[in-house]
Design a protein around this ligand. Sequence first.
Ligand code: ATP
Length: 339
Amino acid sequence: MTDRPRRVGLFGGTFDPPHAGHLAVACAARDALDLDVVELVPSSVPPHRRAPGATPAERLEMVRLACAGEPRLVASDREIRRDGTSYTVDTLRELAHDHPGAELFLVLGADSYDELPTWRESAEIVRLAHLAVLPRPGAHGVLRLRPDDAARLRAPGDPRPAEGTAVFAVPMPLVPLAARDLRARLARGEDPGAGLAAPVFGYIRERGLYGWPLGVSMSETSSAWDPVLAAAVRALSSRKAERLSVLDLRDKSSFTDFFVICSGTSDRQVKSLAEETALKVKEETGRRAVVEGLAQGEWVLLDYGDFLVHVFSEHAREFYRLESLWGDAPRLDPAGASL
Ligand code: ATP
């Protein structure tokens, strides 16, 4: 080891949840710039964002899980520990204080580089730290450098500018992932695939974060919320269907996989729930149902083959007691069907 100054990277974010794009950024910056440590710092209340879905402590724990086993990446609670809104400039000052004489690197995805001028004391940020900018689909990053940055642009192996800090363009294969898309998938009970590290996904499942349906195993849910079933359940809940429940009959019935059961407060509502749901599902997914019982309006059945939707009047629901016939069938949480 040479006696060069210690190189400390700061990679801040909401990490709601931390995903494979974050990890790719942190690892690429660490390796290209030979950083001794990269602190991944979840923000407490992100200044530019709506309130996140998981609590600060949960996001910190997920970042810990995501970094485990990655040399020189560490999860840090320094912003969560501090009261109030997190500002990057304060975190850099704290790092400078904790690592006297170190070179600081602020690690940014391209979208964050694009927004940097709007951050508090952005001139001070670039005085305190080199920027390490990594590409992200849909953002400019170093492809649209600000005029002040043009003379400071460097490739990772280049010498530093004679004075002041550099903007390092760190190459990395594009990773088309965003936390908001992953949250939407999780809310539908879909397996996020390689987008989340297995321990992070395990933590989310255990706690039912982001609307992941609790008490339902992954193999059940990932195939359960197929788009047509999810569209039907969403359509019913948005039209105020009463006592909506979804029974998983895959181990119990040979004729269908799921029953969606709900009720309307009048025959008229039963009919309109059934008609509007069939229409909405057709619009969203192209699938048509075979519809029975519309004329009576006591019990309307939408038959989609792999699942059936039963819309009952309260009276008919009590009479047929379908749910008690399938009493021990696992239930899916209808909230899992929402985007
Ligand atoms: P959301 O979708 O909720 O806005 P996000 O996926 O953008 O979240 P953040 O926690 O806001 O994640 O991002 C933290 C940092 O990680 C930012 O600098 C951002 O640019 C960077 N980043 C996130 N995802 C990627 C990605 N797929 N590729 C490159 N950089 C990324």
